[in-house]
Ligand binder design. Structure first.
Ligand code: PGA
Length: 250
């Protein structure tokens, strides 16, 4: 196993700029690159920086194709908290990615059929060139909660209560947080050509340490990235705070 490359920066803004550089390198090499994208708080500075660079003419994202990492079940794609609506608002509309170039798991109708269709769609596009990942405080990636078998591709996931509580901040009524999601599973995530796991803030420090220094085990889903030959972990100083020895910020 090749250990992930770990890069540490002072704060979330520097992390956002570094991850934007990694996206830019991918898109310069391949203007119609397939990007695998998460939503949530962590990618906010990344997307803000990509929108800024796009407006300044420094990057052209108009030909990329996007596959979302996951999607809630029960909201519908037009719901403002759906991940499909969120990525359009935070990134893809602003940088000119056409609507039909952005795909997320379908979450109505028969979910098993939808899961297989999503695997097929990702693979038919040639696979993901660059997959961005966040990490949950419990070590989840996408909605793969602790205990999820590494062999799973796209599947239906039951959200853990800690994850629902963490995500309640995006909803006016916490009871509105869905209990189910369709998510890429660890095996599909590992098919991407490059993984970039991003974490900021002290609340993520234990999960980051477990992922990078604990056992590679479904008990810490993010640890699966250590099975990938090209994984980069971009952290701010706070999220790196429990790594031993603490890496020196750049
Ligand atoms: P966050 O979520 O970026 O909102 O902290 C990360 C995750 O749960 O994967």
């Amino acid at each position: 196993m090749v250990p992930p490359r770990v890069e540490v920066f002072d704060g979330p803004g520097d992390v956002g700029a570094r991850v934007a550089d990694l996206v830019a390198a991918t898109v310069e090499a391949r203007p119609d690159a397939v990007l695998g994208l998460p939503t949530g708080g962590t990618p906010g500075p990344v997307y803000a920086e990509l929108v800024r660079r796009s407006a300044a003419g420094e990057i052209d994202l108009r030909r990329v194709r996007v596959f979302l990492l996951d999607e809630y079940v029960g909201l519908g794609r037009s719901h403002p908290r759906s991940y499909r609506a969120t990525i359009a608002r935070e990134l893809t509309d602003a940088v000119g990615v056409p609507d039909d170039a952005v795909r997320g798991p379908v979450t109505d109708g028969d979910l098993d059929t939808a899961c297989r269709a999503y695997d097929d769609a990702v693979r038919a596009a040639g696979g993901v060139d660059l997959q961005l990942l966040g990490i949950g405080r419990n070590g989840h990636i996408a909605f793969n909660e602790p205990g999820t078998p590494f062999e799973l591709t796209t599947h239906t996931a039951v959200l853990s209560e800690p994850t629902r509580r963490d995500n309640a901040r995006f909803f006016t009524d916490p009871a509105e947080v869905p209990t189910l999601a369709v998510t890429q599973g660890p095996a599909l995530i590992l098919e991407a050509r490059r993984l970039v796991l991003v974490a900021t803030g002290a609340a993520k420090a234990d999960a980051v340490a477990a992922a990078l220094e604990g056992p590679v085990s479904p008990e810490c889903p993010a640890s699966v990235i250590r099975r990938h030959p090209d994984a980069v972990v971009v952290l701010d100083r706070a999220a790196a705070g429990r790594l031993r020895p603490a890496p020196t910020p750049r």
